[in-house]
Design a protein around this ligand. Structure first.
Ligand SMILES: [Zn+2]
Ligand SMILES: [Zn+2]
Length: 130
């Protein structure tokens, strides 16, 4: 059990250095360099446990699950072209939570606001193709 919690710590601290919402596979590839004994299954399992516990957030897309170590309320922009996910500082996300009387007596744990569209790179690519 000790070994597994140390691996969980390694997974969590690596995720917290990322702001690009990596997949389990991407985290595994990076972790494998410093933790040769870690398996992709272990990474998956720990990411699931951590997101169920509310320590991290799982962002499900139609392709793959992405993970976010930043649990402060914020919105995400999902690019439908390349699949990149960008953080948006959403004061509009916090407003209904901070505002008077809106959610009295409730304690928000996870806030998911998703905006879908195209990122600047994908928009440029589209213009070039026209
Ligand atoms: Zn894109
Ligand atoms: Zn995020």
């Amino acid at each position: 059990m000790q070994r597994y919690s140390r691996q969980r710590e390694a997974i969590l601290s690596l995720l917290r250095t990322h702001f690009d919402h990596p997949t389990a596979e991407a985290l595994y590839e990076e972790l494998h360099k410093t933790h040769p004994n870690i398996s992709l299954g272990t990474v998956y399992r720990n990411l699931s446990l951590l997101s169920e516990a509310g320590v991290i957030t799982r962002l499900a897309t139609h392709e793959k699950d992405h993970f976010d170590g930043n649990t402060a309320p914020h919105a995400h922009f999902f690019c439908d072209g390349c699949g990149s996910i960008k953080d948006l500082d959403g004061s509009f996300v916090r407003e209904p939570l901070d505002g008077d009387g809106q959610l009295t007596g409730y304690e928000p744990r996870t806030v998911l606001v998703s905006i879908h569209g195209l990122c600047p790179e994908c928009l440029n690519k589209m213009k070039e193709e026209l």
